[in-house]
Design a protein around this ligand. Sequence first.
Ligand code: CP3
Length: 340
Amino acid sequence: MNDLILKALHGEPVPRRPLWIMRQAGRYLPEYRELRKKHSFEELCEQPELAAEVTLQPLRRFPLDAAIIFADLVTPLAAIGRPFRFNPGPVLDRPVRTAEDIENLPEPEAEEIAPEVPRALGLVKQELGGKAVLLGFGGAPWSLAAYLIEGHHVNGFPTIRAMAAGRPDLLGELLGKLARLTAKYLVAQHRAGADAVQVFDTWAGLLPLEDWKRLARPHLHWLLEEPGRNGVPRIMFLQDAPHLLDAYAALPSEALAIDWRTDLGSLRERLGPGKALQGNLDPAVLLAGPQVTRAAARELLRRVPPRGHIVNLGHGIMPETSIASVEALLAAVHEEEIRS
Ligand code: CP3
C-alpha cells in the first residue's frame, strides 16, 4: 500500500516526499481530451464508470501518490435543487439571492447528495489496488455560496460580498446549510473509499480577516470537525489569501494547502512542525518547460523540510501544460534523497 500521503498528513517520516497534482485529471492529458470529444464534462461527472476512468487516467501515465475523484466543486449543489451547467466554468440559471430562496433550500440526506460520486469512488478504490491514496473533496461553504449567489464566475464575486455586508444573517443561514451538506457528503465519500478529503476554499481571500472570523469561520470550523470525528484526514486548501493564512492554519485539519504566492519554507518556519503543508509550485512554471520545472521543483524541495510536506502545485494544472513538464516534476521529487 502506498500510504506516503497519509504518513505525511500525520507528520511521520517518509522515504520520499509524496506528490499529487491539483486538477491532475483534465485537459492537459490527451486521453482526457479524447474522451471529451465523445462526452460533455457533465456526462463524465454523472456516469460513475466514466468518472472512475478519468480519475485513473493520470495514474496510468504517472506514478502519482494520490488519485482525486473526478467531479466538480459545485457537483453536490444539484442535491439542493441547483444543478450547474459548465461553460466552461460553473453556470447556474437560478441563483440563490433572497430570504425565500435560502429558506427553501432542502437539507438532503447523505445518500441523496451526488450519489454518483461515492459510486465512482468505490470503482476507483477497487482498481487502484493500494497503488495510491484516494482523495475525496468538497467546497468550503463560502466558496460554494459564492457560486450559488452569483450564479457564475464574476471577478471579485460582488453579490456575495454585498450580502455579507447587508444581510449577514441570511448569508449565515446559507453557509450553515452548505456546511451541513458538505459534511455529510465528505463522510459519505470516506465510507465509499476516500482515504482523506480536501476542502477547497478558493474564494476565501475576498473577505477581510475580521469578516471572515465572524461570518465564514464558524461554519468552516464545524464542517472540518465532522470528518475529523469520523477519523477522516483533512487537507484545507486556501487560495490567494495571505491575510488569512494563520487563521486557516489554526483550523482543525491535518494539512494546509496553499497557492504559490506564499513561500512555503517561511510558512513552515512560522508555523513550526505539527501541521502538514501541501503545495505550492506555480502552475505557470510548468509552461516554461521541463528544465525550468525541474529546477523550480528542486528549489521548492530545498526550501521546505521533507517532514509533513506533500508536493503539489499552488493551483490547478493548466490545460497547456506539457507531459514532459509533469515528468520533470515527478523526477525532481523522486530523485531527492531524504536523510532522516
Ligand atoms: O483535481 C482534479 O483532477 C479533480 C477534479 C476537479 C475539477 N474541479 C474538475 C474540472 C476538482 C477538484 C475541481 C474543483 C473546482 N472546480 C474548484 C476548486 C479548485 C480551484 O480550482 O480553485 C473550482 C473553483 C471549480 C469551478 C470550476 N470548474 C471552474 C472555474 C471550471 C472551468 C475552468 C477550469 O479551471 O477548468 C470548472 C470546470 C472543470 N472542473 C473542468 C475540470 C476537469 C474542465 C472541464 C472541461 O472543460 O473538460
